[in-house]
Design a protein around this ligand. Structure first.
Ligand code: C2E
Length: 531
């Protein structure tokens, strides 16, 4: 497996892992956030209930004090005491009402007193003017601590429990403070330090151990807290709802990652990347004049050099490239490589030509001629030094092919039909097409000297080419006797392992120099003139 495939697989595994982990973690986080939010909402609701409960209690007490102050009765008369008692009985929150004269309790809702109980100290004053003593231990309440509210000459005692008389859920604690931070009463022993901090700065949130929320009333702050462990159950419920959503998203992401990576791992995707990364190089197979042995040119044969350095043969990727249209950018890269590799030697030796293979799409559209013109401009390479090879597949649209080939020849290129004899159209098409050379396929050359069914075809192909006044190039010559046979039958040029395999540019240039020294130079570049 090459590095690119391993990288794609590694990236896919990594993305698959992220695509699974992130949605699941996001859903877990969302469950946590929702659980925290709704628990805090619940605590805030209980804080608001507490505040409203305390406000009602204080309002009732104030109502009773206002009502007694408005009575015309003589202080501590029977009527006055009866009125105080009636108000005490009628006002749920009031446990006792008292009347003070010269700072001493003179009578209460229960009767006259000895007049030896003084007014208790004032802890704070409510916004509506009630003087509050947070804790009084009156003799009449049986030792139960009371809260005293004083207005004018009267006071009332209320049970502090009335202020936080709220039915709370398990684990929840409540504290009620006045606006100055003094604790009025609490339920279920909330953490005093937390209560102190929230009384100073009311807010909602959580500490390492508790969740909390607060509510403000008129001169009152209620604080509700509960342990963080209460979140677990809530979060579990949210998870049950959200995890399937996370699992669905994760499955979707994983499916997309698999689909994309399979696409990227597909041969087509690899080829696309290769085109983008310009991974194509060209090897040159020498073409020699059979009579003299002189190297008159070469066929440019593309190779795909993978990032790991391995070379892929064209027959393994050209069919896919043709099918997908990627062949056109590949042809462009081949032309660029020819110019880059051989510009020098092509300018030095005008007898040398390079044959470039064209795909069917290029022959149909004729696009390649403009590409060639643009790329050859200012290189010094002559158009007649670039031959164009087309297989019969390129002539499917015969009218379009004729136009392209005519144009190509007008511009000076020679045109050869490649792999001749392997298609179905052959002769009939050939006659109508402007052509310079015919390349006899290796399958016919292989039959030379052998007694096979097709061996008799080879001399016919050669004869036909001569009749049509085409140059003949024999492909795939591997044996001396094949070369001799072809020479004897008047075939002009040959190409094959007998002379040389396809060579990298440097090796081809060296090959060309050697044969030039040995056999001399070609008289001139072989050109359309043949026709
Ligand atoms: N066994 C044997 N083989 C020999 C011998 N002499 C030459 N060959 C091989 O025969 C093929 C000749 O090229 P082709 O018929 O144009 O056939 C080419 C051509 O159709 C296509 N091709 C190569 N380069 C390009 C290109 O740049 N563009 C296009 N469109 N097709 C290309 O790929 C085909 C295969 O190319 P290659 O693998 O390079 O294979 C080359 C060459 O290496 C020999 O003596 N013995």
């Amino acid at each position: 497996m090459d590095r690119r495939r391993s990288r794609i697989i590694a990236v896919a595994v990594f993305l698959g892992f992220l695509g699974t982990a992130i949605p699941l973690a996001a859903m877990a986080y969302m469950s946590w956030v929702i659980a925290v939010e709704s628990e805090e909402d619940r605590l805030e609701l209980f804080s608001r209930l507490t505040v409203s409960r305390a406000e009602n209690t204080l309002r009732d007490a104030k109502g009773a004090l206002d009502a007694i102050a408005a009575t015309p009765f003589v202080a501590c008369s029977d009527a006055h005491i009866a009125r105080m008692r009636a108000l005490t009985v009628d006002t749920t929150s009031v446990e006792e009402m008292g009347y003070f004269e010269n700072g001493l309790l003179t009578c209460t809702s229960w009767g006259r007193t000895a007049g030896d109980i003084g007014r208790s100290h004032v802890d704070y004053v409510t916004p509506d003017g009630l003087e509050v003593t947070i804790r009084i231990q009156p003799a009449v309440s049986g030792g139960k601590p009371m809260m005293g509210l004083h207005s004018g000459a009267h006071n009332v005692l209320i049970a502090p429990a009335r202020l936080v008389d709220v039915l709370v859920d398990d684990g929840m604690s409540i504290a009620l403070t006045n606006g100055q931070g003094a604790l009025l009463n609490a339920l279920n022993a909330p953490d005093p330090a937390l209560v102190g901090s929230l009384a100073a700065a009311p807010r909602r949130g959580m500490t390492a151990s508790d969740l909390f929320a607060t509510a403000r009333g008129d001169g009152l702050i209620a604080i509700a807290t509960e342990p963080r462990s209460m979140l677990a159950g809530h979060m579990k419920r949210e998870l049950m709802l959200l995890l399937p959503v996370g699992a669905f998203i994760a499955a979707f992401i994983v499916a997309v990652v698999i689909w994309l990576s399979r696409k990227r791992l597909s041969p087509l995707a690899e080829l696309e990347i290769a085109v983008r990364n310009r991974e194509f190089i060209v090897h040159y197979q020498p073409i020699v004049a059979l009579k003299t042995g002189i190297c008159i040119g070469a066929e440019a044969l593309v190779r795909w050099r993978r990032p790991d350095g391995s070379l892929v043969r064209p027959d393994l990727f050209i069919p896919l490239a043709e099918e997908s249209g990627l062949i056109m950018p590949i042809t462009d890269q081949v032309i660029e490589a020819v110019i880059r590799d051989l510009n020098g030697i092509l300018v030095q030796d005008r007898t040398l030509h390079i044959a470039v293979n064209l795909c069917a799409a290029d022959i149909k559209s004729g696009r390649i001629l403009d590409v060639l013109e643009a790329k050859l401009a200012r290189t010094g390479i002559r158009t007649e030094q670039i031959w164009l090879e087309a297989t019969e597949r390129g002539f499917m649209d015969i009218d379009a092919a004729r136009i392209t080939l005519e144009k190509a020849r007008e511009r000076g290129h020679s045109v050869a039909i490649d792999d001749f004899g392997t298609g179905y159209s052959s002769l009939q098409y050939l006659q109508g097409l402007p052509m310079d050379a015919l390349k006899i396929d290796k399958s016919f050359i292989d039959t030379i000297g052998k007694d096979t069914a097709t061996s008799s075809v080879t001399p016919h192909i050669i004869g036909m080419a001569k009749t049509l006044k085409l140059y003949t190039v024999a492909e795939g010559i591997e044996a001396e006797e094949q070369a001799e046979y072809l020479k004897a039958h008047g075939v002009d040029f040959g190409q094959g392992w007998l002379f040389s395999k396809a060579l990298p540019a440097d090796a081809f240039i060296a090959y060309h120099r050697r044969t030039k020294e040995k056999f001399g130079a070609a008289p001139e570049v072989i050109q359309a003139a043949a026709g």
